[in-house]
Design a protein around this ligand. Structure first.
Ligand SMILES: [Zn+2]
Length: 63
């Protein structure tokens, strides 16, 4: 089971890079299309239209 080291995405619409650093840290990009949540425990993505709205930038450990 790999650990989450960074829970991060980049919005393709506004270009914002957003990162959730703790479980209830809900972060939205400036245009509001995408958001991340869950910190290092789970990856939660919120998007308005499709998963193509963002680029996945999360980093995992290789264990
Ligand atoms: Zn955006």
């Amino acid at each position: 089971m790999s650990e989450i080291l960074k829970n991060m995405i980049r919005c393709k619409s506004c270009g914002d890079i957003i990162e959730s650093t703790s479980t209830h840290d809900f972060v939205q990009c400036s245009c509001g299309r995408v958001a991340v949540d869950g910190g290092l425990y789970y990856l939660r993505r919120t998007f308005t239209e499709s998963q193509n709205d963002y680029e996945e930038l999360s980093v995992f450990s290789n264990n």
